[in-house]
Design a binder for this molecule. Structure first.
Ligand SMILES: Nc1ncnc2c1ncn2[C@@H]1O[C@H](COP(=O)(O)OP(=O)(O)OP(=O)(O)O)[C@@H](O)[C@H]1O
Ligand SMILES: [Mg+2]
Length: 212
C-alpha cells in the first residue's frame, strides 16, 4: 500500500495543471490504500500480541451459543450484499472458558473468508456441538474451494491462493494465521476440508475448560 500511495502521489506531483477530478480520483485510491495499510498493521499487532505466550489470555466463562449468534448478526449484512445465506445450527447449549476477544477474532476471520471466497447466492452453514470435554464449531461454505496442493500453506502468514484472483477481493493473507494462533492458544485444533469449485469446511475443536 505504501508503494501505491507513493506512486499515486508522485504522478500527481509530476504533472502541472492537473484537473480537480483527477486529484479526486487519485485521492480516493490513496484513501483506499491507507485503509488497507491500516488493516495490515492491525492484523500484525494482533499476531504480535498472540505471540506473547498463553499467559496473555483473558479467560472467562462464555455462553458460546450467544456469542456465535452475536458475531453472525454482525457479519450478516456483509453476506447479504452478495445474497449469501448464513445458517446457524446449534445442537446444545455450550458454555466454555475462553478468551472472548481472541476467540471472536478467530471465528469472525473464518466467516469473513467464507463470505469473501463464496459465490453470489451461496450459503454458509455454521454449527456448534459439544461433548464432555470439547466444543466443536464447523463453518462450511459453498465457495470456490482451496486447491489440495495449497491446503498445507493456507495458515502461513501472508499466504494467499491465486494472488490475481484474491487481489480483487482484498486482504493480506494474515487472517488464517491469526485464527490458528488464537485456536492454538486455547489448546484447540483447527482442520480444513476443501474441494476446488465445491466449497470449504473449517472445523474448530476447543476444550470446554481452560487448563494452564
Ligand atoms: N473459505 C475459503 N474458501 C476458499 N478459499 C479460502 C477460504 N478461506 C481462505 N481461503 C484462501 O486462503 C487464503 C488465506 O486466507 P487468509 O484469511 O489468511 O487471508 P486473506 O483472506 O487473503 O486476507 P486477510 O484475511 O488477511 O484479509 C485466502 O487468500 C484464500 O485464497
Ligand atoms: Mg481472510
Amino acid at each position: 500500500p505504501i508503494t501505491s500511495m507513493k506512486v499515486l502521489a508522485d504522478s500527481l506531483l509530476s504533472q502541472e495543471g492537473v484537473p480537480a477530478e483527477l486529484y479526486r480520483e487519485f485521492l480516493v485510491d490513496i484513501a483506499a490504500e491507507i485503509e488497507r495499510e491500516n488493516k495490515i498493521i492491525n492484523d500484525l499487532l494482533a499476531l504480535v500480541k498472540m505471540d506473547k505466550k498463553a499467559s496473555a489470555l483473558n479467560i472467562t466463562t462464555v455462553d458460546i451459543n450467544e456469542l456465535l449468534e452475536m458475531l453472525l448478526k454482525r457479519l450478516r449484512p456483509l453476506a447479504a450484499k452478495r445474497n449469501i445465506e448464513i445458517v446457524f445450527e446449534s445442537f446444545r447449549p455450550v458454555s466454555a472458558e475462553i478468551d472472548e476477544v481472541k476467540f471472536s477474532l478467530a471465528f469472525s476471520n473464518l466467516v469473513e473468508n467464507a463470505i469473501k471466497y463464496n459465490v453470489d447466492n451461496g450459503w454458509i452453514r455454521v454449527s456448534l456441538n459439544a461433548d464432555h470435554k470439547f466444543f466443536y464449531v464447523k463453518i462450511a461454505d459453498s465457495g470456490v474451494g482451496i486447491p489440495e496442493d495449497c491446503q498445507d500453506q493456507i495458515f502461513e502468514r501472508f499466504y494467499r491462493v491465486d494472488k490475481a484472483r484474491s487481489r480483487e477481493t482484498g486482504g493480506t493473507g494474515l487472517g488464517l494465521s491469526i485464527t490458528r494462533n488464537a485456536i492454538l492458544m486455547h489448546k484447540g485444533a483447527i482442520k480444513l476440508y476443501s474441494k476446488e469449485g465445491e466449497g470449504t469446511t473449517f472445523t474448530i475443536r476447543i476444550p470446554l475448560n481452560y487448563v494452564v
